[in-house]
Design a binder for this molecule. Structure first.
Ligand SMILES: [Ca+2]
Ligand SMILES: [Ca+2]
Length: 270
């Protein structure tokens, strides 16, 4: 028997009625289902083929599901109307460019990285990642079958790590070069006042592996530290804990910090 009609009846009918947008929509839907359209599978979908680690995250804050989403929220919502970098107070714009003149910052080595903001983890990811299996063992596999570990693996398969990593309280916009230089150094007091970044009161001592932030943000840092401690069980060496307790007293919460906390709480409410 010859096939009289090669198109599904619904499409034929819609074509006869000249309802072309419906036809296009149906064809797009079929193509989407058929080809498993990849466009909506952003980085919230693990690129790994590995199984997710089973963790009960129902009691943890509802943090953004991807890091790129978290960054967009930090820059566009949390810091809206307060477009200033955390350590140096530089203005930044919607394109994430830093106005270095606004804060008299001079790049140390990398002018290009200094010209962009990056999302700084006040408590570095390695501090809450280093005890995770995904951080230490190559238990993730990419689509080519190659094993990997560390931050990318943990973001892909470890829900606890992902929630902590994307927590908005712990993320601040920073001059890219300073974010890179701070890396995962602990905070502390660095002797002297060598200013490697122009007028910005931020020092790094690569020998003692310490980063000294300006007095105006020390309390902010301490309170984020306490939050990460009670929310995710991050622990600090006794010396750093003592410093945080002191910094919390010396730099009490101000209006901007309150606003920031309220904005974050509205998004991350349990
Ligand atoms: Ca100093
Ligand atoms: Ca402060």
């Amino acid at each position: 028997m010859a096939r009289k009609n090669e198109l599904p009846p619904i499409i034929t009918q819609l074509l006869q009625q000249k309802k072309y947008p419906f036809v296009i929509a149906i064809i797009a839907l079929i193509a989407f289902l058929f080809f498993e359209f990849d466009g909506f599978k952003d980085i919230t979908t693990p690129k790994s083929d590995s199984k997710p680690i089973q963790t009960d995250v129902s009691k943890l804050p509802k943090t953004p599901s991807s890091f790129s989403q978290a960054k967009t929220i930090v820059y566009n919502k949390i810091y809206q109307g307060h477009e200033k970098t955390f350590y140096c107070g530089c203005d930044f714009d919607k394109k994430r460019a830093v106005d270095l003149k606004s804060c008299q910052v001079k790049p140390r080595l990398n002018a290009e990285r200094a010209s962009r903001i990056e999302a700084e983890h006040i408590i570095p990811a390695s501090w809450f990642g280093m005890d995770r299996q995904c951080w230490n063992e190559p238990i993730c596999k990419d689509k080519k079958g190659e094993a990997y570990k560390g931050r990318e693996c943990c973001l892909d398969i470890d829900p606890f790590f992902r929630v902590a990593h994307n927590d908005l309280y712990n993320l601040t916009p920073a001059v890219g070069e300073i974010n890179g230089d701070r890396s995962n150094l602990a905070y502390g007091i660095v002797a002297g006042e060598k200013r490697e970044y122009g007028a910005c009161d931020f020092e790094i001592d690569r020998d003692s592996k310490l980063a000294e932030p300006a007095p105006a943000v020390r309390g902010d840092i301490a309170r984020v530290g306490f939050y990460m401690e009670r929310t995710y069980g991050v622990t600090f060496p006794p010396k750093e804990k003592e410093l945080f307790i002191q910094w919390d007293k010396d730099d009490p919460i101000d209006e901007w910090e309150k606003t920031r906390n309220q904005r974050i709480a509205a998004i991350q409410a349990k």
